[in-house]
Design a protein around this ligand. Structure first.
Ligand code: NAP
Ligand code: MG
Length: 499
């Protein structure tokens, strides 16, 4: 909320109030606006943060444009860019505990995930793209007209506006920033309002690593204000977005007037398919991890579990047991595997879907209720529904919580048909011991990522993104780098001068 009273002191060690990071330094919003960051595990204020308005977006874009134009970054030697990107990763790991605590306190995810997965993977992302900075090259193309020399150059786009969701704050930010910088662009990042702190720590690390001022700017603020101003800004060349399909559609519409390039990483309702010939215990572990990991607030969550009928009842029983053995706990406790949902309001949405599931005739076999730690917090039990049909709301809409919908099937064709019957196409899983069936299914599934006998695996080297309404463009891998480059064709006349 703008201008509300600042709560007393920062409650967690190492968590500083957030400000805007523009031109290599912390600044306040021009109108002095701030908002409160809440810890979802307690419902209490954690700290405050400056809130960017349209004037601040202008300042940040101007800083990024100047840094791009001043050629401090785009024209820096590729080896220097490589070294700086690598060092950003090193600086992040040197401050691992600080990053992990800030991430968990804002988001509610288990500290285990922040410390051992999200922050190290974000650091690795910078180190992966460090390697690419020195390997961006054009081509020399043989022409059928002549005599000419023609070659292509791979050039950066300019100022990138990155807008990301709250579910993997530092990872999503790094997936945009690292390839954008490796390609020679400058960046203005708008983190989600719930979770801006780790992006600010990243900006500090980037400066420590030698990134020139203005190359990376971070502007916490509301999507409808700061986000919108970034999307419509004439000096922003591309919007790289991760968030809901609904907001993504609005951004695509708003990008038209300035003919911005857009990359959309959107929602999902991913199908995880267990065939009767699978290693059932491994599949059940994968299915549980696929929905309970990250409290189910994972775009690629395996939220629809398709199970071949002959093993259906056994799988449901094992899943219910696993759900009961995965109680929510204090996210700062290293043993916790199910943290707090990001906000009370989001928990209410999840509980609304549970009611909808019951009223549409699904059978609740585990969980289904909220929980509390010391009487506080936005905690949700690990929840499993069986008897779900693909027409039910809980099988069609993204719940974004630890709620699994189990759907039986009788044949491979039926499984593929159900899996593909969704407006989304982000990810899918296949569990089988038949190598031919595994690949066959992977090829037929309409999804940007398919795991065979695994779920929720990611690596910076391999692209991640959606089919259908899960979006277009890719994060990570060589594809992401490509999305931050444009090709220039250069012609040289080689004909002899005629007197
Ligand atoms: P969201 O509501 O769409 O918000 C995403 C970002 O957009 C936030 O920074 C938000 O700011 C901003 N925003 C909101 N309205 C805007 C507008 N009119 N113009 C510009 N920016 C605007 O999504 P969320 O609730 O944070 O995240 C959950 C969604 O993200 C899920 O659907 C999930 O599947 C998706 N997701 C996709 C991927 C992927 O890689 N495909 C990865 C992670 C998450 P504020 O939050 O500050 O308002
Ligand atoms: Mg939202």
């Amino acid at each position: 909320m703008a201008n509300e009273a600042t709560p007393a002191a920062t409650v967690a060690p190492g968590v500083k109030p957030g400000r805007l990071w523009i031109g290599g330094e912390y600044v306040d919003a021009q109108d002095g606006a701030t908002f409160t960051i809440t810890n979802p595990a307690t419902g209490e204020a954690l700290t405050t943060c400056a809130q960017a308005g349209a004037a601040d977006v202008d300042r940040a874009v101007a800083a990024a444009k100047a840094a791009f134009r001043a050629t401090a970054w785009a024209q820096m030697s590729a080896l220097d860019r490589q070294r700086i990107l690598w060092n950003i990763g090193e600086r992040m790991m040197a401050r691992l505990d600080e990053f992990a605590a800030a991430e968990t306190l804002c988001n509610g995810k288990p500290i285990f995930e922040s410390k051992y997965i999200d922050v190290p993977d974000a650091a690795k992302c910078f180190q992966y793209y460090a390697g690419w900075a020195t390997k961006i090259a054009g081509q020399t193309l043989p022409l059928s007209t002549g005599p000419f020399l023609n070659y292509t150059r791979r050039e950066p786009l300019g100022v990138i506006g990155a807008i990301v969701a709250w579910n993997f704050p530092i990872l999503l930010a790094s997936w945009k920033i690292a390839p954008a910088l490796a390609a020679g662009n400058t960046v203005v990042l708008k983190p989600a309002e719930f979770t801006p702190l780790t992006a600010l720590l990243l900006a500090e690390c980037a400066k420590e690593a030698g990134l020139p001022d203005g190359v990376l700017n971070v502007i916490p603020g509301r999507g409808s204000v700061a986000g919108q101003a970034l999307v419509t800004h004439p000096d922003v060349a591309k919007i790289a977005f991760t968030g809901s399909t609904e907001v993504g559609k609005g951004i695509v519409r708003a990008s038209v007037d300035t003919v911005k390039k857009v990359q959309m990483e959107l929602g999902g309702k991913s199908a995880n398919v267990i065939f009767a010939d699978a290693d059932v215990d491994a599949a059940v572990r994968g299915a549980a991890g696929g929905i309970f990991y990250g409290k189910g607030e994972v775009c690629a969550a395996g939220s629809r579990l398709l199970v071949e009928r002959s093993i259906h009842d056994a799988v449901v029983e094992k899943l219910a047991e696993r759900a009961q053995k995965t109680p929510p706990g204090d996210p700062m406790n290293p043993k916790t595997r199910l943290g707090a949902q990001v906000r009370e309001s989001h928990l209410q949405t999840i509980l609304g879907y549970v009611e909808k599931g019951k009223s549409e005739g699904a059978t609740l076999v585990a969980g289904g209720s909220r929980a509390a730690i010391d009487g506080k917090g936005a905690f949700m039990q690990a929840t499993v529904f069986s008897g779900v049909t693909n027409a039910m709301t809980i099988a069609r809409e993204e719940i974004f919580g630890p709620v699994l919908a189990v759907i039986p099937f009788d044949s491979e064709d039926e499984a593929i048909a159900i899996a593909n019957d969704s407006v989304y196409g982000l990810a899918a899983g296949v569990w089988t011991r038949d190598i031919k069936r595994g690949h066959r299914a992977a090829h037929r599934l309409e999804a940007g990522t398919v795991w065979i006998n695994a779920y929720n695996r990611y690596d910076t080297a391999t692209p991640f993104g959606g089919y259908k309404q899960s979006g277009f463009g890719r994060d990570m891998g060589p594809d992401a780098l490509d999305g931050y480059l444009q090709t220039k064709s250069v012609w040289v006349d080689l004909s002899e001068d005629k007197a």
